[in-house]
Design a protein around this ligand. Structure first.
Ligand SMILES: [Zn+2]
Length: 481
């Protein structure tokens, strides 16, 4: 194999993938040209390109998946939140720990944690992240948005991850305009400030640059539906806004509060206000009814599922089979980043359905009997949709992930079972080569900036530990005085 130089994309290149999954079909020795804009197009066999000029990539190669919902700053919580605080531990008690972390972070910490998180996500098979950032006031002195979004963009550039920033509006603690709690203060801003920050991000990140922009409302708990109704058209009027994202129905208490306040459950409320459209991504929908999911499907919205986080937080399990069968769009997200593998999210999605129904192959369909293939295709297409990007066609963005023989027993299977082996049978699948926008960001398992990213991440965790220890000592002194 010719050497695959990391970061290389200066000239059109020709790459031959030994096994390439394109639009649901495996191709042997598929040759693509990758142009200087990072687009790939397939060459027909024998069309004149000298095979000797191409890099040959063994293993199995798939289009990288979009991570349609990510809070990178929560990456350290996975190890910190597994000790019981009370017998009633749940999503709401986990949230207190998240607030504690959010209050401790400065911009340097955010950038370091995000870069490490994105590096993990690249190895996990993602090539683009939609970063849903509601933490925007950080550190001392308090650096405001859009610097927090900029820290994420810088980290994405260091890691080589494609990124869509979703600056997120957060204003209230609950329905009815309940004032934010002290722990929510780093998230809060006025509508006018939010719009000023949004315009600043448009100015900082030009349309032809690597950073794409969308927008988000945290939830109907955190933003009044009337505010969403007033703001959404303004945001969507901006041609560069790739779409709107929002958490919906993650917890039964949120649904109950929404019904109490508005007489409708969250997704039904959005539909009744005429807000849903193909430019909306609804995150979780764990406790949305089949009728609500049908409203989302009819509107063309995308439902973003985050199975590892939903399991870790004890959220519950969405009843999604009927929605999928009706061609509803789904994407996947790593959310809190307790899980950082795209294929593992797909496995958990199917396994959660099996646990709930005591059946197997729940998310298969008569015309798509292999669950892994159906879910990979759905997540690939839905991820593009959640980013406001069309998928398919002869030309595509050159975002590819390649798994080798360490990623399960796929090589012992017929090609039609490659994905079944990767998704359901590989213990910890890690991509060996990752290409983002035509550039190799990981090749032969190596990332050029891994040592620097790791060093910065460790330093950030040490700073956080020192702040926690100091805060604990302060509290103990206060308690004893
Ligand atoms: Zn989330």
């Amino acid at each position: 194999m010719r050497s695959m130089q990391q970061g290389q994309a200066a000239a059109p290149t020709v790459v031959t993938f030994a096994n390439l999954w394109l639009d649901g079909q495996w191709r042997r020795d598929a040759t693509l040209t990758i142009d200087t804009t990072g687009s790939a197009s397939e060459l027909a066999h024998g069309d004149g390109t000298a095979p000797g000029a191409s890099t040959v990539v063994p293993g199995i190669t798939l289009p990288g998946l979009v991570n349609a919902h990510c809070h990178a700053f929560q990456r350290p919580l996975g190890a910190w939140t597994q000790r019981q605080g009370s017998p009633g531990d749940n999503f709401w008690s986990w949230r207190e720990g998240m607030y504690e972390l959010a209050g401790d972070l400065d911009l340097e910490d955010l950038a370091a944690i995000t870069a490490r998180c994105y590096l993990d996500l690249l190895r996990g098979g993602y090539t683009h992240v939609a970063e849903f950032l509601y933490l925007h006031r950080l550190g001392v002195p308090r650096d405001g948005a859009p610097n927090a979004d900029a820290a994420v963009a810088t980290a994405a550039a260091l890691a080589g991850m494609g990124v869509t920033l979703l600056p997120t509006l957060y204003q209230h603690a609950d329905f009815g305009g309940v004032p934010p709690t002290p722990g929510q203060q780093p998230f809060v801003r006025s509508t006018a400030q939010y719009l000023a920050d949004w315009r600043e991000l448009l100015r900082r990140y030009p349309a032809d640059g690597p950073v794409a922009l969308g927008a988000a409302f945290h939830s109907l708990r955190a933003v009044d539906v009337a505010t969403i109704g007033a703001l959404a058209p303004q945001l969507l009027d901006e041609p560069r806004c790739r779409g709107l994202h929002m958490h919906v129905a993650e917890q039964p208490a949120e649904v109950a509060a929404c019904v109490a306040q508005h007489g409708l459950a969250p997704m039904a409320l959005l539909a009744a206000r005429g807000l849903l459209s193909p430019r909306w991504s609804l995150v979780h929908a764990t406790h949305s009814s089949a009728a609500e999911l049908e409203l989302a499907r009819c509107a063309g919205a995308t439902v973003v599922l985050c199975p590892s986080t939903e399991a870790d937080l004890g959220d519950g399990c969405p009843d999604i089979a009927g929605y999928l069968d009706a061609a509803g769009a789904i994407a996947i997200g790593s959310d809190s980043n307790i899980g950082r593998s795209a294929t593992t999210e797909l496995r958990l999605l199917e396994w959660s359905q099996r646990l709930a129904r005591q059946r197997r192959n729940v998310l298969a369909a008569p015309g798509a009997p292999r669950v892994a293939d159906r879910l990979y295709r759905a997540a690939w297409q839905g991820g593009q949709r959640a980013l406001g990007v069309a998928s398919g066609g002869g030309q595509r963005r050159a975002d590819f992930v390649t798994y080798d023989g360490d990623a399960g027993d796929w090589a012992l299977q017929a090609p039609e079972d490659f994905l079944s082996a990767l998704v359901f049978d590989a213990a910890n699948p890690q991509a060996r080569h990752v290409m983002v926008g035509g550039r190799w960001v990981i090749r032969d398992g190596v990332h050029a900036h891994e040592a620097a990213i790791e060093t910065s991440y460790r330093a950030a965790l040490q700073r956080l530990a020192a702040r926690r220890a100091a805060a604990g000592a302060g509290q103990r002194r206060g308690a004893s005085s």
